[in-house]
Write a protein that binds this ligand. Sequence first.
Ligand code: MRU
Length: 338
Amino acid sequence: MKVQALERVGNRLRLLDQTVLPHQVVYKDLDDYREIIVSIKRLEVRGAPAIGIAAAYALAIGVQQDTSHQRDYPMDQLSALADEIRRARPTAVNLFWAIDRVMDRIRQAGELSKSSLVDMLWGEAEAIHEEDRRMCRQIGENGAALIADGDTLLTHCNTGALATGGIGTALGVIYVCRDQGKRIKVFADETRPLLQGARLTAWELMQEGIDVTVNCDNMAGTLLQQGRINHVIVGADRIAANGDTANKIGTYPLAVLARAHGVPFYVAAPSTTFDLSIATGKDIVIEERGGNEITEVFGTRVAPEGVNVFAPAFDVTPTELVSAYITDTGVRPGGRTD
Ligand code: MRU
């Protein structure tokens, strides 16, 4: 892939700042965990799997930079650091999954010197990164079996290399189709309010030579009505035990439209995005972001001062609207029956 969202460089984390794409390609080398938390909050690094990977690196960097403990590192301090990182964003379960996984490994390891702890934290972060890379490829291969040469896909938000440690989830399926020689066309919802589709998906797919067309979110219905879409494919931030799926705001209406037009609706996600601890989507915490993301377009006010704003960053698509889940372990049926 020509694009990589994050990378370990020595004892730092290198992030591609996604807030300035596609106009500028700016990398940030971070050696302070607080800067990584800010980058997650500001969406400089974003997408559920990438957030989880960044969180694991933040834990390693947080212990590494703490000079108040030279020989060993108190467990309660590590837990406090983990909790601080957990608060960066609430919806994508990969963040919590990654932190929990690292903390479990550390507890299992027992007494550790500070330098062994730092080595182990870097090692776990790199393992999570590498496993995500492998899961993306597997998702791509499993999903590509559903797509035929000449198909046109509609997607929402950004689910590619920018959002993961590898080739992506929904976009990973498209890349594997390309590698298999299938000629695929993609429509990318612009994805209001922060335009991950127009700014990131369009840019990323063009870097990879994929035929991509941007449409406003409210044009998806017309595309489906005109019979121009063979499959809708999206990613996920958290999938509850019953299959209800939280993803970028605007995913739910797309699923309703797909069913109304008899077009399959696929959710592509790694195993790390399934949260079996919650029964249904009602239990998923939905992030509310600043109202200025709605009332302003890149710093220019477009709504009247003082107006009320509704600003959820994600919505929940009930499993009844999902045709199938494309995961690293295979394709599982959703609750949609047509
Ligand atoms: O707010 P964002 O840009 O982090 O939201 C990202 C999404 O909703 C993606 O669709 C999801 O994380 C899947 S990424 C493989």
